[in-house]
Design a protein around this ligand. Structure first.
Ligand code: NDP
Length: 479
């Protein structure tokens, strides 16, 4: 085994403390790699490298920066099969989903390459004999701390707007999925990113993550992960007066009305909940179906869910891989264990860890449906990050929206109906950052992404995002 290194100042670097940690395949629990356990000193070196590279990177044109992205997007496509296998092995997702995520990464780079030409200030006429205008300046060193569910895509969302705006960067990947992130960073260097512009420090959230947030030279932190971690990061960042973007948990409701196309709603619920083994921030985490169509809808859903093939993501007929890590696996097992005894619903599909011959000790759990879930159930309150879908029947749309909004989260929500009045009501009254109509889960770098309430603040993606990575400087000129 070759230990994969951190990337600091364009070079592979070990940890100053000399320690490593294991990265394991969640389908087999086999050791894949050992990666340096980054220390406070490693973070300081990475930030120093980013600071030294800043002036050079900020002074080249946005179009030249964009060309690096363009070349990197092509290189990622050329190496897609190798990268997809790596992503599947460390994360667990089926190969098709891993390819999709890597295509998403390339697409994000190309989108920001296209936005390079829109980086400009304004000319503002003022009264009197003068001119005013604004110029946009990059912030300096930006940083991101990212999770393990979509490591490649989320890396793209974080680094691309920051770098295209002329900032330099330090990335802290999740400890269970650093390998694809390290490889993508080396591809960006191969595509022409100057040394020090993008640095990757591996290591624990408590040490590497918090040191990054505390570093006085880091001007902006973008974080995706659990709401509690987001609050901690927000507190630390506030004392350093840093900008923060927080993409936190979600418990997205899906509302199926009685006039919905049930086949397409069933397919949407299965994909919306079980894609990536249910580990997506905008997954369908609560399903509200009108009681008049509930029986038919649930029967079709049950049939579809029972057809899903659980297995190693490297096998080509796998529909759903394992959970990513041991604590997620234990959480889901514990959650499901007492459902019926505690009166939290009736398990109508799945409900246990399947056993596979010769598969080792992977973190597999069956896709699980729970019906008759009472409104105050834990299944509806927590962010259930795994393959479990609670189903609640409702009388009408007023009741569905009231229940859907009864959550501390507000990331996404979807409404499935053909009726325009119901669509309008859903779009106006559902309290979430993203509302889908007759679909769920779709994201794109062209449109803003982010939540309300405990799902965080700030947005990622979309053309307005660049302002999050730029300072406005006003110049007033007297003639
Ligand atoms: P965390 O929020 O703990 O981890 C996300 C990232 O933050 C990782 O890189 C982690 O590092 C880092 N981190 C952890 N603690 C700190 C800290 N104190 N300061 C700075 N960085 C830190 O999520 P978990 O991985 O523990 O997942 C737990 C739950 O979070 C899930 O069950 C799910 O509900 C939710 N979650 C939501 C996601 C979303 O997209 N909405 C994504 C991932 C998780 P390290 O990996 O080294 O611990």
């Amino acid at each position: 085994m070759v230990a994969m290194k951190m990337q600091i100042n364009g070079k592979a670097a070990g940890s100053c403390g000399g320690e490593c940690f294991d990265v394991r395949n969640p389908a087999t629990c086999e050791l894949l790699e050992q990666v340096p356990r980054g220390t406070e000193e490693d973070v300081a070196l990475a930030v120093e490298a980013a600071l030294s590279a800043f002036e050079g990177w900020a002074s080249i044109s946005p179009q030249q920066r964009g060309m690096v992205f363009y070349r990197a997007a092509g290189l990622v496509r050329q190496r897609k099969e190798e990268l997809a296998a790596l992503l599947t092995q460390e994360q667990g997702k089926p190969l098709a989903e891993a390819r999709n995520e890597l295509e998403g990464f390339s697409h994000v780079l190309e989108y920001y390459c296209g936005l390079a030409g829109s980086l400009r200030g304004d000319f503002i006429p003022v009264t009197g004999n003068g001119y005013s205008f604004t110029v946009k300046k990059p912030l300096g060193v930006c940083a991101a701390i990212i999770p393990w569910n979509m490591p490649a895509l989320i890396m793209g969302w974080k680094i691309a707007p920051a770098l295209i705006s002329g900032n330099t960067f330090v990335l802290k990947p999740a400890s269970s999925t650093p390998l694809t992130n390290l490889t993508l960073a080396s591809i960006l260097n191969e595509a022409g990113l100057p040394a020090g512009v993008l640095n990757v420090v591996t290591g624990s959230g408590e040490i590497a993550g918090e040191s990054l947030v505390r570093s006085p030279d880091v001007r902006k932190i973008s974080f995706t992960g659990e709401s509690g971690t987001g609050k901690r990061i927000s507190e630390l960042a506030a004392s350093g007066m840093k900008r923060v973007t927080l993409e936190l948990g979600g418990s997205d409701p899906m509302i199926v009305c009685d006039d919905a196309n049930l086949e397409s709603a069933v397919a949407g619920a299965i994909r919306g909940r079980f894609y990536n083994c249910g580990q997506t921030c905008t997954a369908v985490k609560r399903l509200y179906v009108f009681e008049s169509v509930a029986r038919e809808f649930i029967r079709k859903l049950e049939e579809g869910v029972k057809r899903l093939k659980v297995g190693n993501g490297l096998d080509k007929d796998t529909d759903m891989g394992p959970l990513n890590n041991h604590s997620q696996f234990e959480y889901i097992k514990e959650l499901v264990a007492g459902i019926e005894e505690k009166g939290e619903g009736r398990i109508i599909a799945g409900g246990k860890a399947p056993s596979f011959k010769g598969m080792g000790k992977g973190y597999f759990f069956e896709p699980t449906l729970v019906s008759d879930v009472p409104g105050d159930s834990r299944l509806l309150k927590e962010e259930v990050f795994g393959p479990l879908l609670p189903i609640v029947t409702v009388r009408n749309l007023d009741e569905a929206i009231e229940e859907a909004n009864r959550s501390i989260y507000g990331l996404g929500a979807s409404i499935w109906t053909k009726d325009l009045d119901r669509i309008r009501m859903g779009c106006e009254q559902l309290n979430a950052g993203i509302i889908w109509v007759n679909q769920h889960l779709k994201v794109a770098p062209e449109v803003p992404f982010g939540g309300v309430k405990e799902s965080g603040f700030g947005r990622e993606n979309g053309p307005d995002i660049l302002s999050e990575y730029l300072e406005t400087r006003t110049i007033m000129l007297k003639t």
